[in-house]
Design a protein around this ligand. Structure first.
Ligand SMILES: [Zn+2]
Ligand SMILES: [Zn+2]
Ligand SMILES: [Zn+2]
Length: 112
């Protein structure tokens, strides 16, 4: 079998999608046009810092660059940001992770 080194296929991502959504195949997402920002230098949840809370993992809003904490964190700032802004897609900015999540479709997305 030939392995395509350009492929972004990741077994970890596949497992994550399956655990989170029960889906092995990627769901359709109509919001990819709202992906404007891929990277950030920010590596903190400013809303948690403001209230002195700790966070678990960080998500980057790919529409505006907001960085907020994940749903396993106490304050779920990434989710709150989606509810207020309706910016649908976030990505993980944890080291070695580049998967994306569309809140609107509840879809786990691999980078293009
Ligand atoms: Zn979507
Ligand atoms: Zn937070
Ligand atoms: Zn945003």
């Amino acid at each position: 079998m030939k392995i395509n080194s350009k492929s972004r296929f990741s077994l970890k991502d596949l497992l994550r999608r399956w655990l989170w959504t029960g889906q092995l195949r990627q769901k359709d997402c109509t919001h990819r046009a709202q992906v404007l920002i891929q990277e950030t230098d920010l590596y903190e949840c400013r809303d948690c810092l403001a209230s002195g809370d700790a966070w678990f993992h960080l998500r980057l809003c790919m529409a505006c660059g907001y960085v907020g904490c994940c749903e396993n964190s106490k304050n779920k700032h990434a989710l709150t940001h989606f509810e207020h802004s309706t910016h649908p897609i976030v990505r993980s900015i944890e080291p070695d992770e580049d998967w994306m999540w569309c809140y609107a479709d509840e879809a786990f997305l691999s980078p293009e």
